[in-house]
Design a protein around this ligand. Structure first.
Ligand SMILES: Cc1cc2nc3c(=O)[nH]c(=O)nc-3n(C[C@H](O)[C@H](O)[C@H](O)COP(=O)(O)OP(=O)(O)OC[C@H]3O[C@@H](n4cnc5c(N)ncnc54)[C@H](O)[C@@H]3O)c2cc1C
Length: 386
């Protein structure tokens, strides 16, 4: 058993950390407050090849191992979780196209998605259906060599930059409903595709999250992911496992940043003639934070390693659930340690506190993760132990 990063992963982590310290940390708070799009950071992602992290090398991607994939999200979220979102659903969708796409779809999209010349996201959620994806109402009806799509998707991250946007649709009314679901790759220029509004958010700024309306959008049959109807739910669920590792890693990054801020502040803030770090009540909080963050990190890397060799429904669910709860708790504790200053926009913990809850919701709520874990335990498919 080896708990160390290998040399390549260590070097990659150092490169990411230097990039985040230089190009993200100095601008994060100001840019998130102004609502400015972080175009320069996107350009740096491009230069570093990060848009290709889940794209096979033959298409020009980095084809990162899964621990390195987690490191990307951990390190970037340590600087600014919002911009990690720019890579989040992109990497999930590129993986899905690489894994499930036809040869023509892979050849057509992956080289440009790998360089960031094209970007993408994923459109699953609807106003009336999030957890219950089988309840979606977006329909695609076959008409000759095309599908005609009608419906509304909501909470779609990267929607203004996605080209193509993979959209989960119903292609038939078969029961059970998942048998009638498919993914269509919708090009941004498609007539009838409208980004109807940007959704105002508590945190997770730096990347847009939008409502998308599809009105008689026509896409060629060749844009049916994998070329066979009825596989959409299975394609999406496999991609969400990867997405949950990305969310877990982001949660670790946010929690780590909160811990570092709290540790630094507690050493420097004086009360009753001494640094508050000398008070045992503060020390206990710091000890709990560090211990829980390290447990979340190890669980995230564990799920990442396991995912190299197949499906990891329960492992990814455990990592996402645990790490996001740690992020929620740690950001609150960091705010307490900062006293009144933690509530001020001049200190980073205020942003971290607003960013943390998304990790308990996105890629499936934490209650849903607990149900996935419980189901696997009862069915005997969950892996506990090493
Ligand atoms: C900032 C942000 C970005 C997002 N980005 C994207 C994106 O890019 N693409 C995309 O498709 N979606 C995206 N989402 C949507 C996100 O995935 C959903 O919000 C999430 O899956 C929950 O769905 P919902 O909001 O419809 O909640 P609901 O499904 O309505 O859930 C409401 C509550 O009911 C509970 N619940 C539901 N079903 C069950 C059950 N069977 N058992 C027990 N409890 C249950 C949930 O746990 C939750 O507490 C984003 C959301 C946010 C906030």
């Amino acid at each position: 058993m080896d708990f160390e990063l290998n040399d390549d992963q260590r070097l990659f982590q150092r490169t990411l950390r230097e990039f985040v310290e230089k190009d993200i940390v100095p601008v994060a708070s100001e840019w998130e407050r102004s609502g400015r799009y972080p175009a320069e950071i996107v350009e740096r992602f491009r230069q570093m090849g990060l848009f290709g992290m889940t794209v096979p090398e033959e298409y020009g991607g980095l084809a990162l191992d899964r621990v390195s994939f987690a490191l990307v999200f951990e390190e970037i979220a340590r600087g600014w979780m919002g911009v990690a979102g720019i890579l989040g659903s992109h990497s999930l969708a590129t993986w899905m196209i690489a894994q499930h796409g036809t040869a023509e779809q892979r050849d057509h999209y992956l080289p440009d998605l790998a360089t960031g010349a094209r970007r993408t996201g994923i459109a699953l959620t609807e106003p009336g259906a999030g957890t219950d994806l089988q309840g979606i109402r977006t329909r695609a009806v076959r008409s000759g060599d095309e599908y005609v799509i009608n419906g509304t998707k909501t909470w779609i991250t990267n929607a203004r930059h996605a080209d193509p946007l993979p959209v989960l649709v119903k292609t038939s009314e078969e029961t059970p409903a998942h048998r009638g679901m498919s993914v269509l790759l919708v090009d941004a220029s498609s007539e009838g595709l409208t980004i109807s509004k940007d959704l105002p958010k508590l945190g997770y700024k730096g990347t847009e999250t939008c409502e998308v309306v599809l009105t008689d959008v026509r896409v060629p049959v060749s844009r049916l992911l994998g070329g066979v109807e009825g596989r959409g739910m299975q394609q999406v669920l496999s991609a969400l496992e990867l997405g949950r590792i990305n969310i877990a890693a982001r949660a670790v990054g946010v929690a780590q940043c909160a811990f570092e801020a709290a540790l630094g502040y507690s050493r420097q803030r004086q009360a009753f003639g001494q640094p508050i770090a000398d008070f045992q009540a503060i020390q206990l909080k710091l000890a709990d934070m560090a211990t829980e963050i390290q447990a979340a990190r190890l669980m995230t890397y564990w799920a990442a390693v396991r995912s190299e060799s197949g499906a990891v429904a329960s492992e990814a669910a455990m990592a996402k659930y645990f790490a996001s709860e740690v992020a929620l708790k740690t950001t609150m504790e960091a705010m307490r340690i900062h006293g009144g200053y933690g509530y001020s926009q001049e200190f980073v913990v205020e942003r971290l506190y607003r960013d943390a809850p998304l990790m308990a919701i996105g890629e499936g709520t934490n209650d849903v993760q607990r149900l996935i874990i419980a189901r696997a335990l009862i069915q005997g498919t969950a892996t506990l132990g090493w």
